[in-house]
Design a protein around this ligand. Structure first.
Ligand code: GLU
Length: 466
């Protein structure tokens, strides 16, 4: 039996959870969830100056909104500093690392001389092979003894084999002279200790993988499966900018995209399963694999995002949609729907969700169910309530009074009324929309009548008829 899959998302809490990070998290989540594995969350907060607790909260909230639940506790990388240092000391004790007493200005001078002579500026410490008897009683950094010839091959599941000549790697510092571990060491130790089997992350970390492999090899630890995924670009193929959608996921939440649509779209950003565009979480978990990740940068496309979000809204259960809508109202600082309105909107959901791509669109379509009498028409709708139209509404109202409240009956009454007036039903629709919703774009007038019920419909028509 193969080992269970363990993936992780390891964001640095220095800003918001941007769309690229969210996609990385999603890929790791899908990979683990589809294989009965574990998905872990580690906050890489070793950069004490740039990391903030607020940024960590933003990441946690973003993950929660996206429904990317992680297993176990959130791991703080900074909290593991003692363990990271311990590994550096172990390598030192095993002769796989050495004490380097070089001061910063010596290293600087080495680099400048190398540059002037056209040599590689990779630092070669004179302490690598120094006799311990010559060691001064001074602070030292611990450097790894990297192989100086041969090559390191990163077997990447997305990029293929990536070969780095070992003479291009230096003896990197593991532990600084002040005793603090470097980031690269912390990542490897944490991934190992957390039992991470697959590292799926942005290809901006590919170079780090070569250096991280040195540590795995020195410790004799199994190297995880690497999958370095191409970054996300804008629709024009250029680096993703704010204008293109390089925003925090909280912005997408506030724009009113449903989380399921967002997950679907992010999954399709750089990964494919045949021609499938729209899919459920269950399908994504079943289908997601590393082979389906493309080698070229994915392009962010708002149109596709909206299209998928529309399909997810249409496919969602009404109750779930209402719940998400309330959450949307809360994050955008709008009042929650009271029970009566939520119930009416729930009743209307069947005729709202077919063509709404976002929650604001859904709310706009559902305005008729949320508005209270007297209905105040917007400017466009008010244009449909001239004297003639109001007169027609006045005449129509008694006919509806006696109709049985079914779609067929309502349609029959209205159509017959229009025929008798020698006009088309289309001519009645504008005034009816204005009277019932105060809008010119609404669900069908019959749907509105059915949702509102006889009493409320007649009252609104009477109000409008004046
Ligand atoms: N903390 C890194 C970042 O936010 C990720 C490191 C990793 O995945 O190994 O880019």
């Amino acid at each position: 039996m193969t080992d269970p899959v363990v993936t992780r998302f390891a964001p640095s809490p220095t800003g918001y959870l941007h769309i690229g990070g969210a996609r990385t998290a999603l890929f790791n989540w899908l990979y683990a969830r589809g294989r009965g594995g574990r998905f872990l969350l580690r906050i890489e907060d070793t950069d004490r100056e740039r990391s903030t607790p607020e940024a960590t909260q933003v990441i946690l909230k973003g993950m929660e909104w996206l429904g990317l639940d992680h297993d176990g506790d959130v791991v703080s990388q900074a909290a593991g500093a003692t363990r990271h240092a311990e590994v550096a000391h172990q390598l030192l004790a095993e002769g796989k690392a050495y004490k380097c007493f070089a001061a910063q200005d010596e290293i600087q001078a080495f680099r400048e001389a190398a540059r002037a002579e056209g040599r590689s500026t990779l630092y070669r410490s004179p302490w690598r092979d120094a006799d311990p008897a010559t060691h001064p009683d001074a602070p030292y950094a611990i450097r790894i003894k990297a192989p100086q010839d041969g090559q390191t091959v990163i077997r990447d599941r997305v990029q293929g084999d990536v070969t780095i000549r070992n003479d291009q790697l230096d003896d990197m510092v593991l532990l600084r002279s002040d005793g603090t571990p470097v980031y690269m060491l912390a990542v490897v130790v944490d991934d190992h200790d957390m039992g991470v089997t697959h590292v799926i992350r942005g290809d901006d970390h590919l170079n780090n993988a070569a250096r991280q492999m040195l540590i795995y090899d020195a410790m004799g630890w199994p190297v995880p499966v690497w999958a370095h995924i191409p970054l996300i670009h804008g629709p024009d193929g250029k680096k993703l900018s704010k204008r293109h959608g390089a925003l925090g996921v909280d912005e997408y939440q506030k724009m009113g995209y449903p989380a399921a649509g967002m997950r679907n779209y992010l999954a399709r950003l750089g990964w494919s399963h045949g021609d499938d565009e729209f899919f459920t979480d269950a399908q994504a978990q079943e289908w997601f694999d590393l082979d389906g990740i493309g080698k070229s940068a994915a392009r962010f496309d708002f149109k596709k995002l909206e299209n998928l979000c529309g399909q997810h809204i249409a496919a969602a259960e009404d109750a779930a949609l209402l719940q998400e809508l309330q959450a949307f109202l809360a994050v955008t600082g709008q009042p929650a729907l009271d029970d009566a309105r939520a119930a009416l909107l729930g009743k209307a959901m069947y005729c709202l969700k077919e063509r709404a791509k976002t929650f604001p669109e859904l709310l706009e379509k559902g305005h008729f169910a949320l508005a209270e009498r007297p209905i105040v028409p917007d400017q466009k709708a008010a244009g449909n309530l001239d004297d003639v139209s109001r007169g027609i509404l006045k005449e129509l109202t008694p006919h509806l009074q006696n109709a049985s409240w079914t779609r067929d009956a309502l349609e029959a009454v209205t159509t017959e009324f229009a025929e008798n007036k020698d006009t088309k039903f289309g001519k009645l629709a504008g005034p009816l929309r204005a009277a019932l919703a105060g809008r010119s774009a609404t669900p069908s007038v019959f749907d509105m009548m059915l949702v509102l019920g006889r009493e409320e419909t007649l009252a609104r028509l009477t109000d409008a008829a004046g």
